[in-house]
Design a protein around this ligand. Structure first.
Ligand code: GDP
Length: 296
């Protein structure tokens, strides 16, 4: 189950409302206090929690809800709708260029899962009829190129590399040219990460962006890092501009803070989620399904 602790607590708080029959404003407020605590414990951004609770309260304490036949269920429905809205309401898809190849640039910190996710995304989109080319642009991490080649081999996807002695900007450009020549309608560029954000990394990513004008810049974030992931997203969005997020390691023991905060804080959607180390464990992200999973 995803976000087990959060799910248990939210369901517990809301279950109490459901079993009550008639609800008073005080009942709702008490339940919302529990919901608030559960969200904060799950490492959801403080301001996001406050806005969320205010919205739910605004909608839930009106006569229409409290005097309805099933007030508890109405409140749960409102929480479900607001959780869904918090995560972006509807699925956000990849935008494909009308003039192929579509170029996707993957960015993020080292260890977030960029290289693995590049392969996963290629494999996923290949299934829908695309002909992806993976481009090995991480020349700094030892073995990153080799790792991409292994992943590409497992998924039967071509991998473009110029080794680690050529600038990533040049590799990205040459990769796109290679795709045009070889009929690849999709290019996925793996870029370098660092343990922490630094100016040199950002500059390099900005240069790649300027050179190849990607249609999508997707930030790969490790869900296990909670609010740190959200801070990383804010900085990447500010310095580089991102089009969306791929949140990895949601199969792990993560509390939910990143998944619930990143959209509200950056206004950029989660497009995919990583659900395991295996190369087929990538899923499109559906806010409504995630809300229902959390609320049971
Ligand atoms: P990079 O440094 O960002 O390129 O990260 P890697 O692609 O090398 O991934 C780092 C580690 O995270 C590897 O051990 C991956 O198998 C693992 N990983 C990536 N995505 C997921 C995921 O969705 N779930 C789990 N459990 N592990 C993942």
């Amino acid at each position: 189950m995803v976000f087990e602790g959060l799910a248990d607590k939210l369901q517990g708080a809301l279950q109490k409302l459901k079993s009550k029959g008639k609800l008073s404003e005080k009942d709702v407020k008490e339940a919302m206090r529990e919901v608030k605590l559960a969200l904060l414990e799950a490492d959801v951004n403080f301001k996001v929690v406050k806005d969320f609770i205010d919205k739910v309260k605004d909608r839930a304490v009106g006569n229409e809800v409290l005097e309805s036949l099933t007030p508890g269920q109405q409140v749960i429905k409102i929480v479900n709708e607001e959780l869904t809205a918090l995560m972006g309401t509807t699925q956000s898809k990849i935008t494909f260029s009308s003039k192929p190849p579509t170029v996707i640039m993957l960015v993020g910190l080292q260890g977030a899962g960029k290289t693995t996710t590049g392969g996963k995304l290629g494999g996923y989109l290949k299934k829908s009829g695309k002909r992806p080319l993976l481009v090995a642009g991480d020349i700094y991490r030892p073995a990153a190129i080799k790792q991409l080649q292994v992943v590409g081999g497992q998924l039967d996807l071509p991998v473009f590399t110029l080794g680690d002695k050529v600038s990533p900007v040049h590799i990205a450009k040459a990769g796109v040219e290679h795709a045009v020549k070889h009929g690849n309608d999709l290019v996925i560029i793996d870029t370098a990460g660092r343990l922490h954000i630094d100016d040199h990394l950002m500059e390099e990513l900005q240069n790649i962006k300027q050179e190849v004008k990607p249609h999508e810049i997707l930030l790969v974030l490790d869900a296990m890092t909670g609010q740190d992931a959200v801070n990383v997203a804010e900085i990447f969005n500010e310095k580089l501009g991102i089009d969306g997020v791929i949140l990895t390691k949601l199969d792990g023991d993560t509390r939910g803070g990143a998944a619930l905060s990143v959209r509200a804080v950056t206004n950029k959607p989660i497009k995919f989620i990583g659900m395991g180390e295996k190369l087929n464990e990538l899923e499109p992200f559906f806010p409504d399904r995630m809300a229902s999973r959390i609320l049971g």
